[in-house]
Design a protein around this ligand. Structure first.
Ligand code: SF4
Length: 235
């Protein structure tokens, strides 16, 4: 398959592991604050020409065995590409730790990836309160799919997290307790990362004007919500 890009060295995407990150093109959401609009909107000729072949990535990884420990797969939405499974299988067989970023709207495919054992870690977006997913232009079926993915992860044996990009107009102060309620209802321990909103580049340009939450507000959430089940942190 062809990828939209390869970040050859990444120290942030897989905490504690030196990784390479691959980017897939296309997404079924339109989060207005998306900081990767070029992966979501139709590609330009130049972007299509700059795509990276899977073989090139495999060859790069092969030469960096021992130095790179993990491969992070992000997008766009990687699960829109069924052929990503073959890529994940290859890198897993090469001995790399495989991390998948997803918006959680393809539970059947996620189930298959878990069953095949080609993913070690899943980072899934929990964008806002369930009833407000229209703010990221998600269809009702996408919301149901997200809920199914959440159940799937909560009963899986791999390590996983949910993460929320804290954009005030998308996830309001009233939405945070609703997210926690859903997470608590899963009945398992979970990791929840609050991600700072980066207004530098946004899919909807008007969002570059939006003010992020103050750090103090996020810290207060962490101190209020952290408990035996909820491992909540700011990223
Ligand atoms: S933030 Fe993620 S889910 Fe939302 S549009 Fe961008 S790539 Fe898609």
């Amino acid at each position: 398959m062809k990828f939209a890009g390869l970040q050859k060295l990444d120290l942030l995407n897989c905490p504690g592991r030196v990784s390479a990150t691959v980017f897939t093109r296309g997404c079924n959401f339109r989060c207005p604050y998306c900081h990767n609009p070029s992966l979501v909107l139709p590609p330009t000729e130049a972007e299509l020409e700059a795509q990276v072949d899977e073989e090139e990535i495999i060859s790069y990884l092969d030469k960096r065995r021992g130095m790179i420990e993990a491969v992070a797969i992000t997008g766009g939405e990687p699960t829109l590409h069924p052929e990503i499974e073959g890529f994940m299988k290859k890198v897993k067989e090469m001995g790399f730790f495989v991390k998948l970023d997803t918006n959680g709207t393809n539970p059947d495919f996620l189930k298959k990836l878990l069953k095949e054992g080609v993913v070690d870690y899943v980072a899934m977006d929990f964008k806002t309160a369930i009833e407000h997913y229209d703010r990221v232009f998600a269809s009702s079926s996408a919301v149901e799919a997200f809920k199914a993915s959440l159940k799937l992860l909560s009963s899986s044996s791999i390590d996983w997290e949910v993460r929320t990009t804290c954009v005030p107009s998308v996830v309001t102060k009233e939405d945070f307790p609703k997210i926690k309620e859903v997470m608590d209802s899963l009945g398992v321990k979970y990791k929840w990362y609050l991600q700072a909103f980066n207004p530098a580049v946004t899919l909807d340009e008007s969002y570059s004007e939006e003010l992020a939450y103050e750090q103090g507000f996020l810290e207060k959430l962490v101190s209020e919500y952290a408990d035996e089940k909820c491992d909540i942190r700011i990223r």
